[in-house]
Structures are given as C-alpha cells and as structure tokens.
Design a protein around this ligand. Structure first.
Ligand code: PLP
Length: 413
C-alpha cells in the first residue's frame, strides 16, 4: 500500500484526536526511522521521550521474543515472575519500597492520586476542615486536596486531567473531579500559601516537559521536600517524562539530593513498550489494600520483560547515563552557538540531560516541518519551543546533523 492510501484510510477509520504529519513510519533502528517511501529520519522525538534506547534495541527485542514464547498475559490473580523482578530492580535503584504497575503515565498518576487520598484518609479520617471555601464540596473527605503546578501536564484521563494545570485541555470535558489546586511552578511561597488543612499532597513534574522544558531553579524541589515534611503531607513527583535516565540520572529527583514519597513512571520505562508504574515508600504504599486499585494488564509479563531489559541497559555501569549527560551538554552547547548566530530567532535554550528545549521568538510549527523535510524529527512543545528528546544512545554526529538542519532552516526563515 502507498503512503497516500494509508493516510486516506487512517483518516477514514481513526478518530481525529491527533494532528498527524503525512508520513507513514515503517521501521526503526537506533536513532533512525524510515518511512514507507524509504526516507530516512533522525528521530529526536523519540516516541515522545519513550524510546530511551532508540528503536528496536536488540536487548529489548530479544527479551520480548523470549517472553512472547513463554507467556504473554495471565492477570494479577497470580504472581508474575518478570513483574516481581522489575519491581525489585526499581526498588533497589530508587527511594521506593513498593511498586504498582499499570500501562501508561496517566494511569500511574490516577493511581498516585488515589493512593495519596487513601493515605490521608487512613491518617486523618474523614472528618475535616474546609479552610479553602471554594473546595468545600469535599467536606466529607476533607484532607484530600492535591496541589499541582500551573502549566503542568499529568495526562488525559479525568483525574490526571484535573491535576493538569492547563485549562485549555479541560475545555468541554467538565465537570472535572475536584480537590486540585494549581500554583505557579518554581514558586515556593505560592506553594506554601496554597497549603491548607485539607492538603494531603503535592504533585509536581521535576521539569515541565509538555509546557516547553521549563527547568525550576536549583533547590526548588529541595524546598518543596522540606515544606511537605513541615506540613506532614506527601511529595509526589511525576517522572513520566524525566524518569529512566532522560536527565542524566536514573530519576530526576536525584539531581536535588532528595527523595519523594511517591513517584510515577511510564514512557521510557518500557523502552518502547507500554508500561507505567507507581512507586512509593512503605509509609504511603501501605494505604492500598487488596481491592483498592488494579489493572488487568498492569505489570503483564511481556511489558515487564521489555522494561527489565531496558532498565538493565540504562543502568549498566552508568555508561549510558554518562553518555546522556555528555550528549545533553553537547547539544546545549551547539544550540547556544546557534542562538549566538540567530539571536533574533532563538530566545532561550534550556534543559537537563537529553530533555532540551529551544524557545523561539515565534511559533515553531514551520521550523519543525522544514526540519522534517530535511530528515530530522523534532517536536513543538508549547507553541514556540522546539523540544529535543533523542534516545540516550545518541552520538555527536547525530546532534551535529540535527543542528545543521536547524541552522539551514533558520537561515532561510
Ligand atoms: N505525565 C507527564 C509528565 C507526561 O509528560 C505525560 C505525557 O506526555 C503524561 C504524564 C501522560 O502519559 P501517557 O501519555 O503515557 O498517559
């Protein structure tokens, strides 16, 4: 079938939730993908930060093949070997004591929201205060408010959407579940001011990814940790985008020398296979009892096998994490050079590890399209931020190619 036929059928049969480029991708290896016309692309979208090891990493493919011949799915009525092994790997390499598996980032955040509420109800009971009169509809279960940040993104299902700090995404989908307060990101006093007797948790992205790679000031997350301790509430980090090596550490919280109480993961966790996870300390996790939460496919053997292989490669002697740091610094340098060359077009370059944003003085859709025509896949986060999320295996020569394409495109604008 020709690309144009696929595109016509796609438009006929699929719901119109996505604005897609008129390209049909056929295969991928490492940092590259090829479309059905055999055009080659350097992939710096990376499956929206999911392909931490690039396309079809041999260790992940091998793990999938092995597991596929043994057992695909069986349900959580039973113990599942790869699920247990993956949980152990995550616990041994993070702050967490316990793990719950699901399938996506939004599901992981739903689970986090439920866990925080249940933890709080177990701690304080149902009776409560209502010092935030605009949220007094929760007077029955008072201490269930969660503070998140403006411009945050936590997912598309209703709980995660309610947690998300972007009104435009909620329009026409109300009513939203209540119990969420949004405060400006990177503003500790705003956070302190929003905390009331009904607050049970704070949920934050360590870096705002979807809103254009907004990196908070050094020390912000440490102050959030201290504030949560002072108030006796949970600190929850959404590391769906920043986790699994993306920022040069296995988890972004490690940069700040702190530990959250709860963390959510997805994207990179499966190396290209859908899996999500909720990680928590024993103190928080013990609020979940049998029947409180679940997922038919969560932690299924196939996804867990892919995830074990991915994690092992990412963690292997820290080689890839070091490479991520080096390549991230290299990319930032190159983009800063580009900014010097195009000071009227590039406003700011920022990021950590291989989560990098280049803010333009104008909307970036046309720049991204022009790069695509030159065989470079980039993505627009917010309207004017070009986002770079290549796999951690990316090399200098790939970065050079991408920056050269950008340079040519900006020259022509
Ligand atoms: N949280 C963050 C920080 C994200 O970046 C995303 C997706 O972009 C999500 C949650 C939602 O993840 P998913 O699309 O897997 O539901």
């Amino acid at each position: 079938m020709k690309a144009s036929d696929y595109i016509e059928e796609s438009t006929r049969y699929l719901m119109g939730t996505y604005r897609r480029y008129p390209i049909v991708m056929r295969k991928g290896r490492g940092v590259k993908v090829w479309d059905t016309d055999d055009n080659e692309y350097l992939d710096f979208i990376g499956g929206i930060a999911a392909n931490v090891l690039g396309h079809c990493h041999p260790k992940v493919v091998m793990a999938l093949q092995k597991q596929a011949q043994r057992l695909l799915h069986v349900s959580n009525f039973f113990h599942i070997g790869p699920q247990t092994e993956l949980a152990r790997l995550l616990v041994e390499n993070s702050f967490a004591d316990k793990v719950f598996f699901c399938n996506t980032g939004t599901e992981a955040n739903e689970a986090a929201i439920k866990l925080a509420r249940k933890w709080s109800i177990e701690k304080h009971g149902h009776s409560g205060h209502s010092d935030h009169s605009d949220h007094s509809d929760h007077s029955e279960q008072s201490r269930i408010e969660i503070i998140t940040s403006s411009l945050s993104f936590h997912g598309r299902t209703l709980g995660s959407l309610a947690a998300t700090g972007q009104d435009a995404l909620k329009k026409d989908f109300g009513p939203m579940p209540g119990g969420f307060i949004h405060v400006p990101f990177d503003d500790i006093e705003a956070l302190r001011g929003a905390m009331g007797k009904n607050t049970c948790a704070v949920l934050l992205e360590p870096i705002l990814g979807e809103s254009g790679v907004i990196v908070p000031s050094p020390g912000y997350l440490r102050e959030v940790r201290a504030l949560c301790d002072e108030k006796g509430i949970l600190m929850m980090l959404d590391e769906v985008q920043t986790g699994i090596g993306r920022t040069g550490k296995l988890f972004a919280y490690e940069h700040e020398g702190i530990e959250p109480d709860i963390m959510t993961l997805a994207k990179g966790l499966g190396g290209g296979i859908p899996i999500g996870a909720l990680l928590a300390t024993d103190n928080a996790a013990k609020a979940f009892k049998p029947g409180d939460h679940g997922s038919t496919f969560g932690g299924n053997p196939l996804a867990c096998s892919a995830s074990i292989a991915t994690l092992k490669v990412v963690m292997d002697s820290g080689i890839l994490l070091d490479q991520c740091k080096r390549m991230g610094a290299y990319l930032l340098d190159k983009l800063n050079d580009l900014k010097l060359k195009h000071p009227d077009k590039i406003k700011e370059v920022r990021g950590k590890g291989l989560l990098v944003g280049m803010e333009l003085e104008f909307e970036c859709a046309d720049v991204v399209k022009a790069c695509m025509a030159r065989g470079v896949l980039l993505n627009c986060a917010a309207k004017n931020v070009v986002r770079f999320m290549p796999p951690l295996i990316v090399e200098e020569k790939d970065i050079n190619e991408v920056v050269e394409a950008l340079d040519n495109v900006l020259d022509q604008d």
